[in-house]
Ligand binder design. Structure first.
Ligand SMILES: Cc1cc2nc3c(=O)[nH]c(=O)nc-3n(C[C@H](O)[C@H](O)[C@H](O)COP(=O)(O)O)c2cc1C
Length: 232
């Protein structure tokens, strides 16, 4: 087994984290293209490659998108009204030099089995997974270049999407899958809370006793919620 490649991949997936605080420093020339080149190789249902990559670099366009997000999909925050904002919380996605918006081109579904012309649950499921694979490749590519990224899913909410569509001018046949915020980190993320390998791996025959109880799922959901919110 090529252990070295495995170790590199493990390092990379550990390095890829969700950053939520960015420096405004610009990215080196060619960086965006390198990241998208990796994502272009992602798997997609029936190889339809239903994606378009929209890199937003101009300050006025980014500012307009931030305004749209603040209106329709503000970032979740742990800071309550009247709280003193700690220094480390002052950076934000809005400071990042680049947003990459991943667009789904639904017209490509004609290349799926049955050549559907309408969206249906199967098309949506295949395209959701295809877009997730390309999106994850974007994040891994960013991490491999020593950059920080954030998955900003609220950009795909209908009202936010419509406003961003108007700002950019992309057609109705395309929709926002999600937005990746890209830049240099202003603060590191917390060490990751992770379920153990032994708990989640199952071999061959197994029954309910091999999986978590309802109480365990609930207790862990509380733990991840607390962990997640401490990052916001
Ligand atoms: C489908 C999906 C949607 C997400 N949406 C957001 C988001 O809108 N804002 C955000 O800051 N993080 C978002 N995240 C990041 C998760 O919160 C993050 O992956 C998780 O807490 C684990 O942390 P890590 O990415 O540092 O490993 C999203 C992740 C996924 C997979």
């Amino acid at each position: 087994m090529p252990q070295q490649e495995y170790d590199h991949l493990l390092d990379l997936v550990k390095t890829r984290r969700t950053f939520r605080k960015f420096k405004p420093d610009p990215l080196p020339e060619g960086c965006i293209e390198k990241i998208i080149e990796i994502a272009r190789w992602a798997p997609s249902g029936f190889h339809t490659q239903p994606w378009e990559f929209l890199a937003v670099k101009k300050k006025e366009v980014k500012d307009a998108i931030v305004k749209a997000l603040d209106r329709h999909a503000p970032p979740i925050t742990n800071i309550k009204a009247g709280d003193k904002i700690p220094a480390a919380s002052q950076g934000s996605f809005r400071d990042a030099p680049v947003f990459i918006i991943l667009l789904t081109d639904w017209r490509a579904k004609i290349g799926l089995p049955g050549h559907p012309t309408e969206k249906n649950p199967l098309v949506t499921s295949i395209y959701c997974s295809s877009m997730a694979s390309a999106f994850l490749y974007l994040h891994l590519a960013a991490a491999s270049l020593g950059l920080a990224s954030q998955w900003y899913s609220a950009a795909s909410r209908p009202e936010a999407e419509q406003e961003i569509r108007n700002i950019i001018g992309f057609p109705e046949s395309l929709s926002i899958y999600d937005m990746m915020v890209l830049g240099y980190p202003a603060a590191p993320p917390n060490p990751k809370e992770l379920r153990s390998l032994a708990e989640m791996i199952h071999y061959d025959d197994c029954g309910p006793q091999d999986f978590r109880t309802d109480e365990q799922v609930l207790a862990y959901a509380q733990k991840t919620w607390d962990w997640c919110m401490s990052e916001h």
